[in-house]
Design a protein around this ligand. Structure first.
Ligand SMILES: C[S@@+](CC[C@H](N)C(=O)[O-])C[C@H]1O[C@@H](n2cnc3c(N)ncnc32)[C@H](O)[C@@H]1O
Length: 186
């Protein structure tokens, strides 16, 4: 089974499309902040969360419950595709329904091996995979840069090093982050 959670009006063939609002023509109407989700354990091989994760789980406890539920319904090695606006972009800060920033480092808190490494090395990062009994591994992170900045790079107006610095420190440089997240069970 492939799931398109928070589908909105992007109804995808071959997917079970779910949204909170009956307004959309989804297959299932369900609130992702209500548990359990209407899916069996180990039933999803792919989950798409396109511009959804930043809208849900404002309370840390609810966010952790969402991740535990995604883990429960996923098969071992399921792929979770996450697309989010970058937290330092106006797209993120302008929408009142965006309730939390999503970053690769934030998602790494749910990686068991990384938690164990941090624990061994005395790092202060919250070991959320160990606490909540989940394990997700980031496989790929893609940053989509604003067109105007890409042009500046192509014309040589900015160097690669300057671009990297801008990506880290400036607003409205990275528009979107695409993350491939792999479920690890057993
Ligand atoms: C920005 S839209 C993205 C829609 C679609 N995925 C896309 O890529 O165009 C966010 C979607 O998440 C849905 N959503 C927000 N909170 C939700 C919740 N608690 N449970 C289920 N869906 C939710 C909204 O109804 C909306 O359709």
């Amino acid at each position: 089974m492939k799931l398109n959670l928070g589908c909105g009006n992007k109804i995808l063939d071959g997917y079970v499309n779910l949204d909170k609002f009956a307004y959309y023509n989804s297959n299932i109407v369900h609130d992702l902040e209500k548990f359990p989700y209407p899916f069996e354990d180990d039933s999803a091989e792919e989950i798409l969360l396109a511009h959804v994760l930043e809208h849900i789980g404002q309370e840390p406890e609810i966010f952790n419950s969402i991740l535990k539920e995604l883990y429960r319904i996923s098969k071992n090695k399921a792929l979770i595709e996450i697309n989010v606006p970058h937290p330092r972009h106006d797209d993120f800060i302008s929408d009142p329904t965006h309730v939390r920033p999503i970053t690769p480092l934030g998602l790494e808190l749910y990686d068991k091996e990384v938690n164990e490494f941090w624990q061994k090395n005395g790092a202060a990062n919250s070991p959320l995979a160990l606490i909540h009994g989940v394990n997700f591994k980031i496989e790929k992170v893609e940053y989509l840069i604003e067109d105007a900045i890409i042009k500046q790079r192509q014309t040589g107006e900015i160097t690669e090093v300057e671009l990297e610095r801008m990506m880290l420190h400036q607003n409205n440089v990275i528009k979107q982050i695409n993350i491939k997240w792999r479920v690890k069970k057993g």
